[in-house]
Design a protein around this ligand. Structure first.
Ligand code: GAL
Length: 975
């Protein structure tokens, strides 16, 4: 007889969610008196397979003295300096063969053991539960040698009754955690695979008569201003809300005048649920969510999501986040005008939702479900459409909804992400609707929208959003009546996204388009001793998706990227724009609920060459949607240079998420402008002085050099080698940039893979030929042809130099030759300065980087920064650091400054490595400063777009190869 052995215990690979856990219930922060946190150092043993060791380790007294230790909560792959395996990153593909519900024999399994005593003041009587907030992906639990059960559902809570098993001292808790289980098929989210007990474990005392599960129903009628409160509780009790004078029995309703909760004014009422044995603190927010007249409304008003997708991430601890980090996330969001979070793609740590209630964010709470990897097998075997998996799906829905149902911030439930379509999803939807009819449902993956109350897409381009907004998108009748949102858009990978302002315009134009959620909040770059921050492949994974895991608005260390600064500007809840008359502004309140009484308005006058001054502005406390035109104080038009007004809306007093004075919104307009159409942001605005002519001197040829005014050129090549006393190299025509992630595009949209097409064309290896170096009476003309090897395409560039005693002027004309089908990455000149020229000052857009389709946040003014601070440390090195709309820029070494003025306004980039070095680097740590500051002076750059996962650059931001003319005036003077 042949024997066959199925390795590993059966619970790993059955489809059930587990055994032994209590039904889920509402979460609330427990008091320290009744909670014993079991975090800290645990004994740990890692095995390569699920059944390498028997269960003897779970017995009290088992000798674990030769085991390693690790910290709980935590992921084992991020501890032990590599001794406990390594993280792995895949986006769509499962990192194991797709054969549901089976998993490979290679199944890293971590045995965790911890002993504990009950505190001396641990309450007598009652019972106790052991609570796990999150374990990836499957756990089996023993207390004092008794098996409590098993569970799956990594980011979901599980509780086990343990009262009878507890001893005053010497309790042994043993947890076996398997990296892979049937549950892994339901958890194919685009992120690192990080096994472990990554959220808290705690023992909770449950007194006799403790509250069980309870549901707070707190709605608001915007017509009457009345709130209705009812708390349903498994265990009867009384509910008190002192501020409202309420004292009512559970199950009873009270109707009282209240202030409603919304994300802008997150009014919470402190309350208490008292049962015979327990007092549960509640924070009640009254609000009503409804889909009405094709719109998603809260308290009777259409809301606009200015959202982000948030994965839980910390560069050192992965998905283990402490409270301070969660708070930092919410504060950063609020300070950047973000008002909504989609908890992609699983319920977050429960305390995060408390912060959203308290500080005010709309939340789409998403179930821990993604089966995206079945996309690669044409969705064959997709658990979301297989009844055998439905109990597991329903368990996930229930654990999400029951845990989080009492948060006013949660306004939509989401079934999960990218799980195809199917009966399991429909079953989840029916269960959720029945259990909580007060919240609409979201799911993006089913175009029929049969289970949802909102129509949601990811990465739709502007044109499609416009069609949907105009209700010209066709589609099923049911869907056509639904409000629309972009659950993901504007892929913030590397430098980008571009096109945010254009999306916002659509959201503000079409009532049906209720905003979106940028993908995503933070780069998941893990701390790495060699690479700084690691991405897919850096841990030697066989299968991985590279830097696609770094696509956030925050760098891994939570430094805001320029993309976040841009987003904050684009979604400002107060619009400040030039008014109809000269020197007037139009101020519009774009909040959905708040008036402007909390803001202080100021206007600051800043002129090129004169100190700024600030005045306050009188602005009425406009209600939502209100708009007013306000005159600015009269100022004389500047005699020379340009002058700008910057009008700011700042917080008049401190709020829980920002100090007094924090700027929420701003706008600019030229000061003293006579022509109101000559308005903000564009180059050559009112008062802009013309570029000096710098002419008159004749070139002289001497010792192989051409000397012209302050400059010396190589006679043979026409290359500038000295300006004043400063040795320089170049400038010469430059059209290439180190490809951004968005330039590279996505594997599934080859036409948008511009970086590949640029390199096939050879733009990264242009050859320069000098066709003539011709001194005339008062110019030096250098004619060049710049072209890639193997191609007949070329750019003919003429550099015409002229000078007076101090100033050197360069007029550039560019003529493309041949049929250029591709846009150029950039068009300008590049030159080198000695490395000591490390301090920059400029008048133009700043202080941060800006590109053609991401420049709303660039404020025209005088800025200064060191060269080392000009760049952005994107995890995968790529083009960065350009400053846009620059009128003049200067770099100095403390003694001499090299100044460049431009016409039209230009973009400048200064860095200590070349574009080629930047492009060759895989990590920031590959870049080391050389002996040159490389300066790109660009007439134009191609936009950024969002093609790393979404639409490319809009036509108006493409840099088409066409004839161009631009000019600079250079000088070297005492700094
Ligand atoms: C979406 C997905 C996200 C993420 C994103 C690309 O399709 O829902 O989880 O993978 O694309 O970064």
């Amino acid at each position: 007889m042949s024997t066959s052995r199925i390795p590993g215990p059966a619970y790993l690979e059955d489809r059930s969610p587990g055994t032994g856990a209590l039904p889920p219930r509402a979460w609330y922060p427990e008091s320290d008196a009744t909670r014993l946190g079991l975090g800290g150092r645990w004994r740990f043993r890692l095995s390569p397979t699920a059944d390498a060791h028997d269960e003897a380790f779970a017995r009290p007294g088992h000798d674990t003295s030769d085991w390693a230790e690790l910290t709980v909560p935590g992921h084992w792959v991020l501890q032990g300096d590599g001794a406990f395996g390594a993280p792995a990153y895949t986006n769509v593909a499962y990192p194991f063969p797709v054969d549901p519900p089976r998993v490979p024999d290679e199944n890293p399994t971590g045995d965790h053991v911890r002993t504990f005593d009950l505190p001396p003041d641990w309450p007598d009587g009652g019972s106790a539960v052991l609570r796990f907030e999150g374990v990836e992906s499957c756990a089996r639990v023993w207390l004092n040698g008794h098996e409590l059960g098993t569970f799956k559902g990594s980011r979901l809570p599980h509780e086990f009754p343990v009262g009878a098993l507890l001893r005053p001292t010497g309790n042994t808790l043993a947890v076996r955690v398997h990296q892979w289980s049937s549950g892994s098929y339901l958890e194919d989210q685009d992120q690192w695979w990080l096994p472990g007990i990554f959220r808290e474990v705690a023992l909770l005392h449950r007194p006799e008569g403790a509250a069980g599960d309870f549901s707070v129903h707190a709605s608001y009628d915007h017509r009457s201003g009345l709130g209705t409160l009812r708390v349903d509780s498994e265990v009867p009790g009384r509910v008190t809300v002192p501020e409202l004078g309420l004292d009512l029995a559970t199950g009873e309703s009270a109707v009282v005048p209240v202030e409603a909760w919304n994300a802008e004014l997150p009014r919470l009422y402190a309350a208490q649920l008292a049962t015979a044995g327990e007092r549960v603190p509640l924070r009640i927010g009254f609000r009503t969510v409804a889909v009405e007249d094709g719109l998603l409304k809260v308290n009777g008003r259409r809301i606009l999501f200015r959202g982000v997708n948030r994965h839980e991430f910390h560069p050192a601890t992965g998905r283990t986040l402490d409270l301070a980090t969660m708070r930092e996330d919410v504060l950063l969001m609020k300070r950047h005008n973000i008002n909504a979070v989609r908890t992609s793609h699983y319920p977050p740590h429960p305390a995060f939702l408390d912060l959203c209630d308290e500080l005010g964010l709309w939340v789409i709470d998403e179930c821990d479900l993604e089966t995206h990897g079945f996309h690669l097998t044409d969705w064959r075997g997709n658990p979301a459409d297989d009844d055998r998996w439905t109990p597991a799906l329903l368990d996930r829905a229930a654990r999400t909804v029951e845990r989080d149902k009492n948060h006013p911030s949660v306004v939509l439930w989401s079934l999960g992400n990218e799980s195809g379509t199917g009966r399991g999803l429909t079953a989840m939807a029916s269960w959720i609707r029945e259990r909580d009819p007060s919240r609409p449902l979201h799911y993006e993956g089913d175009p029929s929208c049969r289970d949802t109350d909102v129509y949601s897409l990811m990465y739709a381009d502007h044109a499609e959003v416009d069609r949907i907004g105009r209700r010209a998108d066709g589609g099923p009748e049911h869907r056509a009546r639904l409000p629309f949102l972009l659950c993901e858009y504007a892929h913030a990978m590397g430098n980008g996204p571009g096109g945010l302002a254009e999306y916002q315009r659509l959201f503000e134009t079409h009532e049906r388009c209720q905003g979106g959620f940028v993908w995503e909040w933070i780069d998941h770059g893990l701390d790495h001793p060699r690479f700084g921050h690691a991405y897919g492949g850096d841990f030697g994974e066989e299968l991985h998706d590279g830097a696609f895991v770094c696509d956030g608005l925050l760098l891994p260390d939570r430094t805001p990227s320029p993309g976040l600064t841009e987003y904050a500007k684009v979604i400002e809840p107060v619009r400040i724009a030039p008014g109809d008359g000269p020197d007037s502004v139009r101020i519009t309140n774009l909040h959905d609920f708040a008036d402007l009484s909390g803001f202080l308005f100021t206007c600051t006058h800043e002129a090129d060459g004169a100190g700024p001054f600030t005045r306050t502005l009188d602005v009425p406390p406009l209600g939502p949607g209100g708009s007013v035109e306000v005159e600015l104080p009269p100022v004389p038009r500047p005699a020379t240079g340009e002058a700008w007004w910057t009008v700011r809306a700042s917080l008049a007093g401190p709020v829980p998420w920002a100090p007094s004075g924090h700027t929420v919104a701003w706008g600019q307009l030229p000061a003293g402008a006579t022509d109101p159409t000559d308005s903000a942001g564009s180059a050559g605005s009112a008062g802009r002085p013309a570029l000096p002519r710098a002419r008159g001197l004749a070139p002289r040829v001497r010792d192989g050099l051409v000397v012209l005014g302050p400059a010396a050129f190589e006679a043979g090549t026409g290359r500038l080698i000295r300006l004043g006393g400063v040795p320089v190299s170049g400038p010469r025509l430059d059209v290439w940039r180190a490809p951004t992630d968005n330039d590279r595009g996505a594997p599934w949209t080859p036409a948008d893979q511009l970086a590949r097409r640029w390199s096939e064309l050879g733009l990264h290896r242009m050859r320069h030929r000098t066709d003539g170096v011709e001194p005339t009476a008062d110019t030096l003309e250098v004619r060049t042809r710049v072209a890639p090897a193997g191609s007949a395409l070329a750019l003919r560039a003429v550099l015409r130099w002229s000078a007076d005693a101090e100033l050197l002027r360069l007029d550039v004309t560019v003529e493309p030759e041949g049929d250029w089908e591709l846009p150029l990455p950039r068009l300008g000149v590049r030159m080198g300065l000695p490395s000591a020229f490390g301090r920059a000052r400029w008048f133009g857009g700043g202080p941060g980087e800006a590109y053609p389709d991401s420049r709303s946040a660039a404020r025209i003014g005088l800025h200064r920064l060191n060269v080392d601070a000009l760049g952005t440390r994107y995890v995968r090195p790529q083009e960065n650091g350009a400053r846009a709309d620059v009128r003049w820029a200067q770099l100095d070494d403390g003694v001499t400054s090299v100044r460049i003025e431009g016409d039209p306004a230009f973009s400048f980039t200064a860095r200590r490595w070349t574009s080629e070095q930047l492009a060759a680097a895989r990590h920031r740590t590959d870049l080391t400063p050389g002996d040159t500051v490389w300066l790109n002076l660009d007439h134009a750059q191609h936009g950024l777009g969002s093609a790393s996962c979404g639409p490319g650059v809009l036509p108006e931001h493409r840099l088409t190869a066409e004839p161009a003319a631009f000019a600079f005036v250079l000088s070297a003077r005492t700094a």
